[in-house]
Design a protein around this ligand. Structure first.
Ligand SMILES: *[C@@H]1O[C@H](CO)[C@@H](O)[C@H](O)[C@H]1NC(C)=O
Ligand SMILES: *[C@@H]1O[C@H](CO)[C@@H](O)[C@H](O)[C@H]1NC(C)=O
Ligand SMILES: *[C@@H]1O[C@H](CO)[C@@H](O)[C@H](O)[C@H]1NC(C)=O
Length: 242
């Protein structure tokens, strides 16, 4: 066999194995998104007494609304509901399951293309498991990133997360106005490989799809996104309740 044909065989083998591991319709990254209720509610005018980071969603990097006939059914996650209500509340309507239904249809049905997440119970319980494993709220507190009237630098906040988890998060802020000299901490994304090991998130948004995504809630659909990637040079306000 000549060198060039050997090369072709190797390329073909590499391509076919890559295909098996990651078929083209398959996602390759999961984004676990946390939001800060005070910031969310300052924009949406909700009144809540939650002073810890709550789950926003578990989003695969590919696909939206992948199977509209796979209906959300809360009785399949009955055992998870107490934790769901605490860790993944609908900030606009705390007694409703509408937010979970929305997240399942939009993202869960796409995540479900992987065997590890191919049921509602697997999807929601994995999201809760990752959220508790990360324990972001405690880690921020432990390293003195606490809601405060004094401002943080962006790198103080990012640094704590990078140092502790060993990966780059994506941190999103609300920019109250064009000329404001401060930005408000709103959302923190931590990324995972398909095997649920930690992975660097892209610092900057690479897909427009996810810029629009970042404000996804049943009530927020169609509104312009309130969050964007934090400015690295602008002070960050991490607001406490009230
Ligand atoms: C808010 O929660 C705190 C701590 O859980 C509690 O002490 C306080 O009374 C609550 N306030 C309201 C208005 O519910
Ligand atoms: C969509 O979901 C339904 C209900 O779970 C299932 O029967 C069907 O196979 C799914 N379709 C695809 C393309 O995954
Ligand atoms: C919801 O799930 C439960 C438990 O698996 C099942 O008994 C019930 O029929 C489902 N409801 C619908 C509307 O599919």
């Amino acid at each position: 066999m000549g060198l060039s044909s050997l090369f072709l065989v190797c390329v073909a083998a590499a391509m076919s194995s890559a295909f098996v591991i990651s078929p083209p319709h398959m996602w390759s990254k999961l984004i676990l998104t946390h939001h800060w209720p005070t910031t969310f509610c300052s924009m949406e005018h909700c009144h809540l007494n939650i002073s810890y980071w709550t789950l926003h969603g578990l989003w695969p990097d590919k696909g939206i609304d992948c199977n509209s006939s796979w209906h959300f059914n809360s009785s399949q996650i009955e055992d998870l509901l107490p934790d769901m209500k605490k860790s993944w509340p609908d900030l606009l309507n705390p007694s409703s399951s509408g937010f979970w239904k929305y997240e399942w249809h939009k993202h869960g049905t796409c995540a479900a293309k992987a065997e590890s997440l191919n049921s509602q119970h697997k999807y929601f319980s994995k999201a809760l498991e990752l959220y508790h494993k990360l324990d972001l709220d405690s880690i921020l507190k432990k390293f003195d990133i606490i809601p405060s009237d004094k401002y943080y630098t962006f790198s103080q906040i990012e640094g704590v997360i990078e140092n502790f988890y060993g990966v780059t998060p994506k941190i999103q802020c609300v920019h109250p106005s064009q000329n404001a000299d401060v930005q408000i901490l709103g959302q923190i994304e931590i990324c995972f490989n398909p095997d649920f090991t930690l992975l660097d998130c892209e610092r900057q948004t690479t897909m427009d799809e996810f810029t629009k995504e970042s404000w996804d809630s049943p009530m927020g659909v169609g509104k312009p996104s309130g969050f964007s990637v934090c400015d690295h040079d602008m002070p960050v306000y991490y607001p406490s309740l009230l």
